[in-house]
Design a protein around this ligand. Structure first.
Ligand SMILES: Nc1ncnc2c1ncn2[C@@H]1O[C@H](COP(=O)(O)OP(=O)(O)OP(=O)(O)O)[C@@H](O)[C@H]1O
Ligand SMILES: [Mg+2]
Length: 254
């Protein structure tokens, strides 16, 4: 192990993810990185020329998102937690998506596939001119992408932003329509949590679970996305009708 690897290891060990918490209710969240993941982190650092991991922007049950630096520029490193990603959940989004159907799907492979799937989905969305973070690469259960935010802080989620909501809504519906009609994808976890406001634009994030529009459950996922979006904007006093938005997104009406 080189000195650089050691310092990365130290960063991880001393990041709050590795420390025992005083709160007994959080016990299961204590240890999140198995050795395989640590190894994958070091390999990614080499592969993507990452200088160091700065700090965790967000740590959830299924992934941890780090701000990191590569060639002095901020980037994002998202690590899917091998231990807590629920296999049966993932399976539902992979099975039935022709792009990934023929892959072997044992536990670790499906998590790796998850990272690759998020990468591919982001790439497709970008190619269709949808505002999403530019994907940089993937390695095992890790995906590296463009950092959205300022030097001081990451871009706020839509729910916490001060953007004009009528403006945000018109951007969201256009992006949803492009995603469906051009990228031929359904996000499948779209909500005010998975949209960030960066330089006045709404960016969709979190594409691991996104499926092709041919997936047998695509319509159910799309309806759920549309409902989430309408619920949020209705609360913000922006009129959003589920059926209208559905027909707009699928390209049935102009
Ligand atoms: N590219 C990015 N730039 C800045 N902040 C980001 C970026 N990607 C993610 N984040 C922050 O990290 C949070 C979690 O990211 P994301 O939604 O991708 O993971 P998650 O909710 O844990 O997803 P999953 O369900 O796939 O585990 C976001 O809500 C956002 O605040
Ligand atoms: Mg999310």
């Amino acid at each position: 192990m080189t000195a650089e690897d050691r310092s990365a290891l130290e960063q991880l060990i001393f990041s709050k993810e590795f420390l025992r918490t005083e709160d007994p209710g959080r016990k299961t969240q204590d240890i999140v990185f198995d050795l395989r993941t640590l190894k994958a982190v070091f390999e990614s650092m080499k592969k993507f020329d990452i200088d160091y991991l700065d700090y965790p922007i967000m740590s959830g049950k299924e992934s941890i998102v780090f701000k990191a630096y590569s060639k002095k520029k901020p980037i994002v490193v998202k690590i899917f937690k091998m231990s807590t990603l629920r296999f049966s959940n993932l399976y539902m989004y992979v099975q039935g998506d022709r792009r990934f159907e023929h892959e072997k799907k044992d536990r670790s492979r499906i998590v790796y596939l998850w990272a690759r799937k998020e990468y591919v989905n982001l790439k497709t969305a970008r190619e269709c001119h949808i505002n999403v973070p530019m994907p940089i690469g993937f390695h095992q259960n890790i995906i590296v992408m463009q950092y959205l935010g300022t030097r001081a802080s990451p871009a706020p989620e839509l729910r916490k932003s001060t953007i004009d909501m009528a403006n945000a809504f018109s951007q969201v519906r256009e992006s949803m329509r492009l995603l469906y009609t051009k990228a031929e994808l359904v996000h499948a976890d779209l909500s005010e949590y998975n949209m960030l406001i960066y330089r006045g634009k709404v960016y969709m994030i979190d594409f691991g679970q996104s499926v092709s529009i041919e997936h047998p459950s695509a319509t159910i996922f799309l309806e759920r996305d549309v409902k989430n979006v309408c619920n949020f904007f209705n609360k913000k006093e922006i009129k959003c009708n589920v059926n209208d938005l559905l027909s707009f997104v699928t390209g049935e009406v102009e």
